[in-house]
Design a binder for this molecule. Structure first.
Ligand SMILES: [Zn+2]
Length: 440
């Protein structure tokens, strides 16, 4: 009696386990492949291969374009630029191989000529090989189409020569420094080449620590929920940070997607147009930026949770992201500050955060009306500060700035970021104010 009861229970538990395994296998086909990684049963692995048609989606990466790769939540595409530089690129390849992770490399033509064996190692490991120009000039946004065409074509020729086949080179191109230009993208598109920006960098070309690279990679990925990560396989700090990044990706449930171009023998992965747009992460996560209160969770609450220590700890090495916008500032135009992101995305009102405060009264946010002299006094200082910040001739900025009418719609609030009120004139911007291109 007792024995048969035990047997029935055991049989039931085994069948439940079986159902759980089947469910898990259906939901996460990655897990089985990761388990297949030789010598590393806990490898991150590569969850799936995404086949894309560059002609249908010629520009991808939300850092600069409307579309990005059609990834699901928690899917990541790893990309590495500027190699091969054997010492570091081979270390990157070893780290990826240990985790059975497939990535996309944007190879520089000149590097491929110098280290063709390095490019062949990438190919032999099964990675996708795109190109990144012949000489990596940081001037694609100022070149003629002819110059750009030569850089693009030579780069592809060099990589094809290293691989012994043009077909081995993916029609994927990343513009050096992400210094995009319509004409360049137009040429690439006409050749059936997909222009790859990215969804987030980890600033690994800057003089920051590997820990900062790791912190930036994870915090930016977490913020978007999925996307294309931009890294550099020629940077020692990237080599140092990569094992921890891969380990953390696995720990947080992210999955690696390998991207390859469609060919006559390899049809594209079926997708819907909407999948090529990065939608906001689910509303279950508080993503609202200050000073907006995430109304979905606090709409009817009379008490708000107090900030926890985790809310206040800024990301290591967090720096502004002065990408595309800065390069297109017109002469005399002041760069607007980026909206300040909430330091950490915390589920609102967790039980781990017992402190709560009353919802502030509406009167707290009201701005008392000021008289005209007071408004003038408040505006003058921020205008001078803004002028100094962009390296303009500052001494005359205050004098050159005409007063603003008391009825003007913009009112400077004490303590807010200095932005020039609309319609104000300012002196000419010096050559030094021109933003330097980013080296990646
Ligand atoms: Zn680069």
């Amino acid at each position: 009696m007792m024995a048969s009861e035990r047997f029935r229970r055991r049989a039931r538990s085994w069948s439940l386990l079986g159902i759980a395994c089947v469910t898990a296998a259906l939901a996460f086909p990655a897990s089985s492949r990761a388990a297949d990684c030789p010598g590393n049963p806990n490898a991150l692995g590569t969850s799936r291969t995404l086949v894309v048609d560059p002609r249908e989606h010629p520009r991808i990466g939300t850092m600069q374009y409307a579309e990005t790769l059609p990834l699901q939540d928690h899917e990541v595409v790893l990309t590495f630029d500027d190699g091969p530089l054997p010492r570091h690129s081979n270390a990157v390849l070893d780290i990826l191989a240990k985790e059975c992770v497939k990535a996309t490399f944007f190879v520089v033509g000149r590097m491929a000529r110098s280290f063709p064996e390095g490019v062949r190692r990438m190919r032999d490991a099964g990675h996708t090989i795109g190109t990144h120009s012949q000489n990596h000039p940081l001037s694609f946004n100022r070149m003629t189409v002819e110059q750009a065409k030569q850089e693009v074509d030579e780069g592809i020729d060099s990589v094809a020569a290293a691989l012994g086949s043009r077909a081995a080179v993916a029609p994927f191109f990343r513009i050096p420094g992400l210094l995009r230009a319509e004409a360049v993208e137009g040429y690439l598109g006409s050749q059936g080449i997909q222009t790859w920006s990215a969804d987030f960098p980890a600033d690994d070309w800057r003089h920051i620590s590997p820990a900062a690279v790791f912190g930036l990679a994870m915090s930016r990925l977490q913020a978007k929920g999925r996307g294309v990560l931009l890294l550099h396989d020629i940077q020692p700090r990237t080599v140092a940070a990569l094992p921890q990044i891969l380990h953390e990706l696995k720990a947080r449930g992210f999955r690696i997607v390998h991207v390859v171009p469609a060919t006559p023998d390899r049809p594209k992965t079926p997708t819907e147009p909407a999948q090529w747009h990065l939608h906001p992460v689910t509303e279950q996560v508080a993503i609202s930026h200050w000073p907006k209160v995430p109304s979905f969770s606090f709409a009817s609450a009379e008490m708000l949770p107090g900030p926890s220590i985790a809310d206040l700890s800024l990301d290591i090495g967090r720096v502004p992201e002065p990408f595309d916008g800065l390069h297109h500032l017109a002469r005399g135009q002041v760069p607007l500050p980026k909206p300040a992101p909430w330091p950490r995305q915390q589920p609102a009102g967790t039980s781990a955060n017992p402190i709560a405060f009353p919802v502030p009264a509406e009167a707290v946010f009201s701005i008392p009306e000021k008289t005209q002299p007071e408004i003038r006094a408040m505006i003058r200082v921020p205008v001078q500060r803004a002028a100094r910040a962009i390296g303009t001739a500052t001494t005359l900025a205050g004098e050159l700035t005409p007063s603003i009418a008391a009825g003007a719609p913009v009112r400077q609030i004490s303590g807010s970021v200095a932005i020039a009120p609309a319609g104000l004139q300012r002196g000419p911007i010096g050559v030094t104010a021109r933003p330097r291109p980013l080296n990646h």
